[in-house]
Design a protein around this ligand. Structure first.
Ligand code: HEM
Length: 150
């Protein structure tokens, strides 16, 4: 089922992104790419800011995946309301997170902004997880209904 695969892929990429974010913070390389939205060499990566470049690239990929998951969840007639609501909150959170990421750079890693960035990342992860669990149950229920009908 597409929704199950897509939402699970989104969760896996998001998990990697949060882990990379932790590394960016802990290793103190958050301002190695001081510009926004692109790094000093535009779209080209460079050894001087490769970790921060990677964090931003994976963030862009995550945003596309979260929005695509939301679109498919909203389009599905069988998806429960809780799943649709969770995917909408995830869509809002990912846009908020990208905007906040820009503020984190512009405000030179302001402690409060970085803390909110972490909190919003956890909220985003929770919403995508709820979407995955619902997609998993939806597939199980659909299979059970099909088996009964045969
Ligand atoms: C879906 C998008 C994003 C998620 C889920 C995410 C998540 C995270 C997480 C969990 C951290 C670690 C925070 C900590 O340990 O306190 C982090 C750090 C960071 N993120 Fe993101 N991030 C996202 C997008 C972005 C974007 C677009 C930027 C823009 C440049 C950005 C810039 C940063 C920076 C600079 C840090 C390091 C902060 C520091 O040095 O303390 N993030 N991110």
């Amino acid at each position: 089922m597409l929704l199950k695969t897509l939402s699970f892929s989104t969760l896996a990429v998001l998990f990697s992104l949060i882990t990379i974010g932790g590394y960016v913070s802990a290793s103190g390389v958050g301002l190695t790419c001081p510009d926004w939205p692109l790094c000093p060499y535009g779209l080209l990566p460079h050894a001087d800011f490769i970790i921060e470049y990677f964090h931003r690239s994976v963030a862009a990929t995550t945003a596309v995946l979260v929005i695509a998951t939301m679109a498919f969840a909203l389009k599905s007639k069988a998806a429960p309301t809780g799943m649709k609501v969770a995917s909408i909150i995830a869509g809002g959170a990912v846009i908020g997170q990208i905007t906040l990421g820009a503020r984190v750079i512009v405000e030179r890693l302001d402690a409060l902004l970085v803390t909110v960035h972490l909190g919003l990342g956890i909220l985003l992860f929770s919403m995508v997880l709820i979407t995955v669990l619902n997609a998993h149950r939806l597939e199980k229920d659909t299979k059970a209904i099909r088996a009964k009908a045969q």
